[in-house]
Every structure is written in C-alpha cells, then in structure tokens.
Design a binder for this molecule. Sequence first.
Ligand code: PLP
Length: 409
Amino acid sequence: MIGIESKLSDNVKRMRPSEIREILTLTENRKVLSLAGGLPGPEVFPKEELAAIASRVIEELGDSALQYSPTLGVMPFREAVVDFVKGKGVKVNDNDRVAVTTGSQEAIYLLAMTLVNPGDGIVVESPTYLAALNVFRYHGAEFIPVPIDENGMRTDLLEDSIKKAKQRGINVKMIYTVATCHNPTGVIMSDDRRKELLEVASKYDLLVIEDDPYSFFVFDDTNFTHLKTMDSEGRVIYLGTFSKILAPGLRLGYMIADRQLTRAVELAKQMVDLHSSTLSQYIALYAIREGVVDKTIEKARKAYKEKRDVMVDALEEYMPEGSHWFKPKGGLFAFIYLPEGVDTADMLPTAIDRGVAYVPGRNFFSDGSGANAMRINFSYLSPDKLRTGIKIIADTAKDYLASKRATSA
Ligand SMILES: Cc1ncc(COP(=O)(O)O)c(C=O)c1O
C-alpha cells in the first residue's frame, strides 16, 4: 500500500471537517432522530410538481437543458432570479450582475477565493454559520467576532472591534452576516442595527456579505429591510439559495453583486466547476414561473412555524434549569445554552447512542467558545419526533450534569 498522507498538499492540513456533515455520516443508517443538519422538512418538497417539471424540461429543452452552459448561469434563469428577489424586496442595482452558484456554499467559497488574502480580517457574528467559518479559515482569514443578542449583531460593539483589529495590524476587509433568521440562533437583526452596520462599513470601507437563505421563513410579524436594499454604495454582496425554498438536492444558489466582483467570481468558478447544473437551473426556472417556489415557501413557513412552536414548548418543559435560548423569529434553527459545566461535544456520543443528534455549539464560534451550547434544527422532524428528540437531549443533559456533580463531590 502506498502512503497517501505524505503526498497530500499543505492545503489539506488547513481543511476542517464540517461537524454537521460528519454527524450526518455518523447517524446515517442508524435510527437516530437528527436535529443536526439544516434539512428542509421532507413534507415540504413539491415532489409531484418537480417530477412533472423535470420531465417537461427534458422533453421541451433537452438539447440545451442537458448541455454545458455559461459559467454565470443560463440567461433566462439569471433574469428570473433577479425578478424573484426584487419581488421579495431585494434591491438590485444597474451595476449588479447575478452569478448562479452550486448552492450558496459555493458562493461563499468563490468569494473567499476572490476577496481573502491570508491575514485579512472578516467580521462575523458570534456565533455564526460554521461552514462559512471553515471556508474563511481555510483561506487564512482573521476573525473579528461580534456578539449577538435577540436583535442580531451587537452593532454598538462593531466599530470598537474593527478599531482594535486594525490596531493589531489586521486589514479588515468585510463583514459576513446572516442578518435575517440567523443561523444558528434564529434572530433577526433590527433595521436600526442594519443601518448602523452599513454606516460602519462605509466609514471603514468594508464589503458586506448578506447571506440570506432564510428570510422567506419569518414566523411572527417582524419587519426587516434587506441590507442589500438599504445599501446606497454598492458594498453589499447578496447571497441566496433555492435549497430551503425548493430542494437542496438541486444545488442552486446565487450571488448578486457589483459586476467587477461578479467577473472575478466567474473566473474563479471556471476553475472550480465550469458552471452549475444546467438541468437544475431550467427546473428551478420553470418552478419559479409556475408558482411552485412561492407555494413551497408558503407551505414551509406554515410547517416550520408550527414546529418552532412545538420545539419552544418542549424546550420550556424539558430543558434543565439554567438553560436559555432565543425564541427563533424565523429560519430553521435554535441555539440552546445549557448550564455551565455541560460540554455538548463530550455529551454527543451518549446522545447519539440514545437516539438523537445535534451540533455542538463550539463549531459556531470563531474563538472556540460555546462549549455548553448546541444548535438544534426544527424543520426536518415531524412535530412528535421533534418533541421526543428534545426530551432525549434534555434527559441526557440532566444525566450528564448529575454525573459531573457526582464525580466532583
Ligand atoms: C447561512 C447559510 N449559508 C449558506 C448555506 C449553504 O446552503 P446551500 O449551499 O445549500 O445553498 C447554508 C446552509 O444551511 C446556511 O445556513
């Protein structure tokens, strides 16, 4: 057998496993209630409509739908994406261009390729989306974490954090934010804070990545304005995805940003995957035109709101005293802080043995904090299973705390 390890590039040493994907692998083929991934509820998928559309796309457009296509995406789909986001209140500037990407995860990767030099500073919410942290870390970014509360990023702390980073010689380049229905906490940044964020970005000439997979799923009457819409200087890069509003298996996301940046992303994407799936783009195009996307959004919002309520009831009923969380205003996730002393990574194998999975909180912090926190997803399981899953997690946490107390007594 040859030794592969000595052949691997130095790049591989900087790659971190995605904890979520590792947990998904671990729980595959086991009877585990997974609250780990960001999976849409399967009941929400428009299966019949997509089956009919897929077959029509191939019959009607076979030669082009099965063919290679331009790197930035097929034109009618790009145009439909612009109309779609405009209809959802996202402002698109004359100087903007759309890049269709293989999920918004690829957009994050392409942005890191085109914007981040080793040592560049990126402001992130603390906690934030762990797979964005992994990408930026791989590209050598320095993180500038800013805490959040129930109104999103604490923008009152933003300028000071940037100043301190600059004093340390860091070239602060951008802010990455999941401002609406935040992953992992489900909070929504208030408009006042969005304004303040943009003022600070303007003052320090920073780009802003508005990563927005979840703004379709706002459950209560919370008003918000997209950062992209508030921005008058062309510094906001808007990322969207069809993963949660149609199907993640299509692997379709998009970036809307200044044309010069989109051109750089196009060159990067030529190297990575030439273009995103032509077939998926035509399927999504038909689904937008025929109202399937809007129908799916409505169905998902209703289903997820119901599940959010079931989850919050179960958390209140079962979680050990001293636990706390923000009630998610939207999205797919809640972030739970268990009492100090619980290490959720240490507790996970027991939880999986008892039939439930979650993502340990530390993964969502750029500074390694959050040992007593966990992210749970509430969109995937049925309400009954969700309740059962939360009870198992809560019982496991209580047992964990009891055994800690017993060993320290
Ligand atoms: C905040 C955020 N950004 C990006 C993604 C990537 O999604 P996709 O690549 O499926 O579009 C996710 C997925 O859960 C996410 O939560």
